[in-house]
Design a protein around this ligand. Structure first.
Ligand code: FE
Length: 301
């Protein structure tokens, strides 16, 4: 089976590009790249040309997730794999690949309607060391684990799990959380050493994207970012704590689009046997809006 190897990049639509630029650089620490295109700019986290593309399209939501395959052979074999599974896709023209700074690209939708891109050959700029926009103790932990993970909205969890399995991912239910009489099940899928690259099962009926997790290699950067978030009165949605599945020590805060960033350190590698949990190791108490970013909640308006 051909497997995607990482979440290589993601595109997000934003209403206020200037506010986002300031947030991504001075709070999160990413490097801003402006290639002179009026409708977009890029955020760097390592040697790659970009990891996040900000599109000034007003949507304040996910535009697409870009999953990498190893090379041209895998890119071609992935097309056969998708066809065999009855999954429709479109191979992008050369211009579409060049727009993303990759060698080849194909586009499709997951069962929840989230736009997905599969590519190989991102532009890597070894002549341009990553330069965080504000001081960092360490660096973003990307590498073989890709840019991080994200939780997206899916109406049909089983269909979503089948779809991501067809991309070569593994995973399943990792949390069963009792909420009154209801048990909330969360599904986590991985494609590399990172515990999960994509997950689904939480609310977010109004947005495709619940949160994106970015990891740092130095615990002090979680503390530094937490202080910056508090100092700038950015709403903290989940207080610092440690997850049971990936063992990430992290906290969550709201970005200018209303979905969340999770900023974490110290994750363990994906387990190769299934497990599930009913609560976190410690912490992660909800604060401003908690895990549910739905604007129907008064505190999220
Ligand atoms: Fe997370």
């Amino acid at each position: 089976m051909i497997q995607v190897t990482e979440l290589g990049y993601m595109g997000v639509g934003v209403k206020n590009l200037e506010e986002w630029k300031n947030f991504a650089t001075s709070i999160v620490g990413m490097e801003l790249v402006d290639d002179g295109e009026s409708d977009r700019c890029y955020l760097r986290m390592d040697y790659q040309h970009h990891r996040i593309i900000l599109h000034a399209d007003g949507s304040d939501d996910l535009s697409y997730l870009g999953f990498r395959v190893a090379g041209a052979e895998e890119f071609s074999a992935m097309q056969s794999q998708l066809s065999t599974a009855g999954i429709k896709f479109q191979v992008g023209a050369r211009e579409e690949a060049e727009e993303r700074r990759v060698l080849e690209i194909l586009k499709l939708n997951d069962p929840g309607g989230n736009p997905i891109e599969i590519f190989h050959g991102p532009e890597v700029q070894f002549s341009k060391p990553f330069h965080p926009a504000r001081p960092m103790h360490g660096r973003f932990k990307t590498g073989a684990g890709g840019l991080g993970h994200c939780i997206i909205g899916e109406k049909d969890l089983a269909a979503a799990q089948r779809f991501y399995t067809q991309l070569g991912m593994r995973g399943g239910v990792e949390y069963k959380i009792r909420m009154g009489k209801r048990v909330l099940e969360l599904v986590f899928m991985h494609c590399n050493e990172r515990d999960h690259t994509v997950a689904f099962g939480v609310g977010g009926p109004d947005k495709r994207l619940n949160h994106v997790m970015i990891e740092v290699d130095n615990l002090d950067d979680v503390g530094l970012t937490y202080d910056l978030v508090r100092k700038n009165k950015v709403p903290v949605t989940i207080k610092p704590g440690k997850h049971s599945n990936d063992h990430m020590y992290s906290f969550y805060f709201r970005n200018p689009s209303g979905w969340m960033f999770e900023y974490g350190w110290g994750a363990r590698a994906a387990t190769h046997q299934s497990e599930y949990y009913s609560e976190d190791v410690y912490g992660h108490q909800p604060e401003s809006g908690g895990f549910d970013i739905s604007p129907n909640k008064p505190e999220n308006r």
